[in-house]
Design a protein around this ligand. Sequence first.
Ligand code: PMP
Length: 435
Amino acid sequence: MSPARTHSQALFEAARALIPGGVNSPVRAFLGVGGEPRFIARAKGARITDVDGYTFIDYVCSWGPLILGHAHPRVVQAIREAAARGTSYGAPTAGEVEIARRIAAAMPSVEKLRLVSSGTEAAMSAVRLARAATGRDVLVKFDGCYHGHADSLLVEAGSGVATLGIPGSPGVPEATARLTRSLPYNDLDSARRLFETEGSAIAAVVVEPVAGNMGVVPPAPGFLEGLQDLARTSGALLIFDEVITGFRLGLGGAQGLFGIRPDLTILGKIIGGGLPVGAYGGRADLMAMIAPEGPVYQAGTLSGNPVAVAAGIETLRILERSDYDLLDKRTAGLVQRLKESADAAGVPTSWNRVGSLFTCFFSERPVTDYASAKRADAKRYAAFFHEMLKRRVYLAPSAFEAAFVSLAHEDRDFEQTVKAARKSFQAVAGRTAKS
Ligand code: PMP
């Protein structure tokens, strides 16, 4: 064994023998940036510490759930208390009513909802419901949007699928993939054309109202409204995937921000406060079709798990009293300073930000869809990622992801991040000049 080998490296080797790629979710493996993943030992607030004792300012925040930062004392306390009362009953609890009430209050389009254990499960179930409600099979999604790994949604998907550069996945039956149409994000004309030819077969349009899985891409003005019109006119349902944006862009999510009322909404991440919770909900008449009220089957042994729900409730309670405007302004300030560092180093970048989500694309041109996201220089991102990691800032190990700012990020974290970025952009610029 080489003496320089880190604990992370040793663990990664052991993990690879037992777990595909050594990880339980692909992007964690660092394939998008090269090198080896850090194994994490603990985290607190905006900082994570790896098994070798290195501490990083974290802009992954578990890919979005931790808007309060890691191990928020009140969330940890709620989890402890819930666990002490028993970890699962397979019977209804008061907590499920409370979290449903809080979600419905924050998102008026969600009149009724069902809790599940992941965003994938929520998306898959919402699609089943949409097909049942409309009696149609075709699903419309957008290139670079990711809605979990259910068969019908794994077509031209973002996130890890984009990182690995694969168009879909073996194992998804062609017959299933054929029912999914994937269109360019922000391209209302192509959606119009599709609805003209196939409108009567379309069950639903599912969209990330702010895309977060090809890097952050905001919706063009009128795009979401246009989709809503097309869906309404043709009798299809509009499904917002707010797994990232729900309780991130405000209590009302992206639908609150843009003033749009989708038929169904998919949630996850923040509503579980870092524990596994997802949800789908929307119009009461549609949700009434879900078993046992209706015939559309969907179930889960650990759905509405009391410990996970306790973490979610506590997170939502805190968020109800949090200042989203301030988080937005502080993130804007950070992004402005990061952009200035890139400009000073002469590195062309294009920044997208919505609220506390942002992405730095190494691209001279604006990024508005998956095609333009893919044109950004992912190799340069990888170099930048490693420069930042060296300076103890942990960004997403892929060019096609969002950076997540939490309420726990303090000014000193931003100072350290900007300092690291100045040097990292310079290093990246220098490297390109030499090559
Ligand atoms: N939808 C969106 C928009 C997501 O970002 C994700 C996960 N990143 C999912 C669905 C799937 O959620 P999960 O990983 O909890 O299955």
